[in-house]
Design a protein around this ligand. Structure first.
Ligand SMILES: Cc1cc2nc3c(=O)[nH]c(=O)nc-3n(C[C@H](O)[C@H](O)[C@H](O)COP(=O)(O)OP(=O)(O)OC[C@H]3O[C@@H](n4cnc5c(N)ncnc54)[C@H](O)[C@@H]3O)c2cc1C
Length: 498
């Protein structure tokens, strides 16, 4: 709704940030009759750390008992078979190996085993010999290992897209390119006014899900600008040819501070991720890769995975875990999830680092509960959205179909018969579905992340121009309007000649 006199968009709840946490919050909010806006500074969901991670569904054995990290990880892990089937996202409950070489490794692994048991992680057991390890994964390193059956792998980008599309289907509105630059409180109207690059938004409730920038939004809402340290981690992505050598994530024994260094993790699409390492950075979006770091990954990764070879490398990326820390001691603290009545109608989520993907829905439910409780206390309880549908469906990928399914799909829709991306076998039907996605995203990386086109060995050399042309034809865009990923990231600057 737009207040015409003041040209403000008016909502019940404004969620700042469309990472996995903001999208999970929007999805859980859409169970209620509310006008919901998700304000995102970039042009798609999951452009921050939600697409810059390992994609593990963590079991919850590393986190301090009783902490939000521990409780939400175990809860998020247990419910994910149901969640992934409702949202039609790929997920494999692979289990995980934490491998050790020395007595000291064993001591640290056993501490995690005990911690996991206190946190309620089921089925953890030790594998004492190489034979036992090889029975599960012949290419895993280590002389002994802890096996954790409940760990799993998911595609964090697809999961975030699915949460957002499901929220949109149930009524939430996504505003892209709408970075929040300032927030004012209109006490007389009991509302917040958020200044964004897309104009002002008025909302009764504000939920801070701004990831790396959550301390800045926290301060704008009147909470402290919590102290954080940025732990950057770099990755190698290995070709699917390497994928057949690893069926289960392989982690090294934790260090004395309880942290893991470089691990090898299969992806749901059959690639392998090697990383992340961990070092401090100050740049909130310092995602560049560094040669010396990649050399380190190669050495450390080889200890976890015997097939770590240069010929398999296809690309790199990096992410940053922004951890809440004690300023004096440097101790890493828990997630912050708070709703202080001193800052009325706000929910503040800060420092949602790893395992934030695993914890996204449990955190979202707790954030929405704060709103439900407060609205009830104020005598205006929320009404259920009776048309809420928890499910979302996407076209089955051509690359994953049997020959019989392919024949049937092409007979029903000839667009399945045209391969646009040769490396990943992505068809015109799938690209068209992505171009007409429910969130209205039309960047090239938006298409790439939804379909896997441009993600193969040729990195889009063959299909990128074809997809650009399809964007022009389907959406009536001029070539100069098409952006690669970000605001200002235009592919074409103008015509070379008329
Ligand atoms: C290297 C690494 C490995 C990890 N591995 C795992 C793993 O295996 N499993 C797991 O569960 N977790 C993992 N995590 C943690 C997980 O990635 C994060 O916890 C999660 O992605 C955080 O999601 P978010 O929505 O809070 O933040 P983000 O994904 O960063 O989203 C925040 C969003 O807010 C937007 N935004 C910021 N400021 C503004 C503003 N002013 N106005 C509007 N929008 C704004 C940003 O553009 C961004 O889209 C890992 C993290 C890293 C870095």
């Amino acid at each position: 709704m737009i207040d015409k006199r003041r040209k403000q968009m008016i909502y019940d709840v404004a969620v700042i940030g469309a990472g996995v946490v903001g999208c999970a919050v929007a999805r859980e909010l859409s169970r209620w009759k509310l006008k919901i806006a998700v304000l995102e500074k970039e042009l798609d969901v999951a452009t921050g750390n939600s697409c810059r991670n390992t994609g593990m569904l963590h079991a919850g054995f590393t986190y301090k008992p009783g902490s939000l990290k521990a409780v939400c990880a175990v809860e998020g892990n247990e419910e994910f078979d149901l969640v992934s089937s409702q949202l039609d996202v790929p997920f494999k409950r692979t289990g995980k190996l934490v491998v050790g070489f020395t007595d000291h490794d064993r001591e640290n692994i056993l501490k995690f085993r005990k911690n996991g048991e206190i946190n309620g992680v089921k089925g953890i057991r030790m594998l004492e010999t190489r034979e036992e390890i090889e029975a599960i994964e012949p290419y895993a390193g280590g002389n002994f290992a802890m096996y954790v059956p409940s760990s799993g792998i998911l595609d964090p980008m697809q999961y975030t897209v699915a949460l957002a599309e499901n929220a949109a289907k149930n009524g939430a509105r996504f505003l892209f390119g709408a970075g929040v630059t300032g927030i004012d409180r209109k006490e007389d109207k009991d509302r917040w006014v958020l200044h964004t690059a897309k104009g002002d938004i008025s909302s009764r409730w504000v939920i801070n899900c701004a990831g790396a920038y959550s301390p800045m939004i926290s301060e704008m809402l009147g909470y402290p600008a919590y102290y954080q340290k940025g732990f950057k981690g770099e990755y190698f992505v290995l070709d699917k040819k390497a994928g057949k050598y690893l069926s289960i994530p392989v982690y090294p024994a934790p260090n004395d501070r309880g942290g893991f260094s470089t691990h090898a993790t299969p992806t749901v699409d059959g690639n392998i991720l090697v990383g992340p390492d961990s070092y401090l950075t100050e740049g909130r979006e310092d995602y560049a890769n560094r040669k010396e770091r990649l050399d380190g990954l190669l050495a450390d990764g080889s200890r976890m995975f015997a097939q770590m070879k240069r010929e398999y490398f296809i690309r790199n990326f990096a992410g940053i875990r922004w951890k809440n820390c004690d300023k004096e001691t440097g101790e890493v603290l828990d997630f912050i999830l708070e709703a202080d009545p001193e800052h009325p109608h706000t929910v503040n989520l800060v420092g949602i680092e790893s395992p934030g993907v695993t914890c996204a829905l449990p955190l979202a439910r707790r954030a929405v509960m704060k709103i439900l409780d407060r609205q009830s206390e104020e005598g205006s309880p929320l009404q259920a959205n009776n048309s809420f549908d928890p499910c979302r469906r996407v076209l089955k990928r051509f690359s994953e179909m049997t020959m019989e399914e392919r024949r049937k799909a092409i007979a029903e829709n000839p667009d399945y018969g045209q391969i646009v991306c040769r490396c990943e076998n992505v068809t015109k039907a799938e690209i068209l579905e992505a171009i007409h996605n429910p969130l209205g995203v039309h960047t090239l990386t938006g298409i790439k992340n939804r379909t896997r086109s441009m993600m193969g060995r040729c990195n889009g050399g063959y299909c990128q121009t074809r997809i650009t042309q399809m964007l022009e034809e389907e959406l009536g865009l001029d070539p100069e309007d098409i952006r690669y990923q970000r605001e200002g990231g235009y592919l074409f600057t103008g015509k070379v000649r008329d």
